[in-house]
Every structure is written in C-alpha cells, then in structure tokens.
Design a protein around this ligand. Structure first.
Ligand SMILES: [Zn+2]
Ligand SMILES: [Zn+2]
Length: 228
C-alpha cells in the first residue's frame, strides 16, 4: 500500500504555537509511540481544549494501518474527543474557560459556501478539514487528533457538554453516536419496508449541546440495532 511521510510540524511556521504530547503511528506496521507536537494559539474564533477522554473508532485503526491507503505519517488518531476548555478566542460566544467540550471528526471548513451555510460542512466545496490526517490550513503539515493532551478547534466544530454527563460515555457519541443519529431526522416520517416498518423517532436536539438521553434518543438508537 502507498505510504507518505511528512516532517512533523516545524518551527519555521510563523504562527504562535503551544506544545502538546500525543501518541502517533510512524508506519503501518509499528505501534503508536509518544510524539511531541504543536497546537496553534487560539485565534478569535478558536477554542483550546485540554483533552480528558478520547474514544477509539474503527477509522483510527484503518488509518493507523494505512488500510485506506491515504495515511500521512506520523499520524495521531482520535476524533471522539471530550475535554475542558482552557482558553477561548475573543469572538467565541458559546463556550468559556472551564466548560466541558467535545469535538468529532471535523475541525474546520470554509464556512461560506452553499453547503456550509446549509449545515452540511462535510460537503464543503473548498474541502472540510478532518480532525486528523488532513492538511492543516493553520500550521501546515497534517492535523493531529485526540490521542493527545490538547487541541485547538474553531468554535463551529466544538460542542458544549453538560456537566451532568459521564464524560467517558460521551466520547463515543462524537462519531459512532452522531453517525447513528444523523440519518434519523432525514428519515422521520418515512415508512419502512413494505409500508409496515417502524417510524424512526427523532431525538430532540439541544441547540448545539449534547443532550442527556431522555429515553427517546436511546429508543431511536436501539431501533436501529446500534449501540453508541
Ligand atoms: Zn469515527
Ligand atoms: Zn464550505
């Protein structure tokens, strides 16, 4: 399989950075190892997060082993991130220092194209930025994910997590959970096969927050035989 390698983020970048530590794979056949890396200083729209938990997604494994033949090494996986906000930019409105926050598989997009304005940033016409193994428009090199001590993310891609939730349980919601939830609103009201299927019940949204499971969300997930 094809493999590519880039140098870790370099000090030649003029952007201000802070140090972080992560676990990285350096090839498809070697274990993850500690890696020193850099995060950008938060810009006006950015949120800096101390990572407390990160789920393990199958995508992490495929990427580490280069099974999708698009891995750039070293790669720091992890896109089910939960942590505590340590700093916010001057324009950030929905989060403040000390809040609990979460980040999924996307960390940026243009924000201006038709798809972004429709809330479909994953189809951004200029290309979305994935949480890891994606070209980093701020520092150069590639983005590094949540198997690390901290991350800096544009506010648009950060969710507020209520203090009442058990944080380790929140992490898998950021990819597995959202993937399960995402089709439900689109399917709402449609009949199942032969017209006799159950109508999916739509979990309530919470204005950008991850809501506590109120029963409806759990029912909807288990209707589809998934466990988030
Ligand atoms: Zn995932
Ligand atoms: Zn866009």
């Amino acid at each position: 399989m094809a493999q590519t390698t880039v140098e870790p983020l370099t000090s030649s970048s003029e952007a201000k950075t802070t140090k972080a530590k992560g676990y990285a794979a350096h090839s498809a056949t070697t274990p993850l190892e500690p890696l020193s890396l850099k995060r950008r200083e938060p810009g006006p729209d950015d949120v800096q997060i101390e990572i407390l938990y990160c789920g393990v997604c199958h995508s992490d494994l495929h990427t580490v082993r280069n099974e999708w033949t698009n891995t750039t090494y070293p790669v720091v996986p992890g896109h089910e991130i939960v942590g505590r906000v340590t700093k916010v930019g001057t324009k950030v409105k929905k989060l403040k220092e000390g809040d609990l926050a979460a980040v999924g598989c996307m960390v940026d997009s243009c924000g201006h194209c038709e798809e972004c304005k429709a809330g479909l940033e994953n189809y951004c016409q200029q290309g979305l930025v994935l949480t890891y193994n994606s070209p980093d428009p701020h520092l150069g090199g590639m983005t590094y994910g949540g198997y690390s001590t901290s991350i800096v993310v544009n506010e648009r891609f950060v969710l507020h997590v209520p203090k009442s939730l058990e944080l380790a349980g929140v992490a898998p919601l950021l990819c597995a959970g959202i993937t399960t939830y995402s089709p439900l609103p689109a399917l709402e009201g449609r009949q199942g096969p032969e017209g006799g299927g159950r109508r999916p019940r739509r979990p309530g949204t919470h204005g950008g927050e991850i809501g506590e499971c109120d029963g409806r969300a759990c029912d909807a997930v288990y209707d589809f035989g998934a466990q988030a």
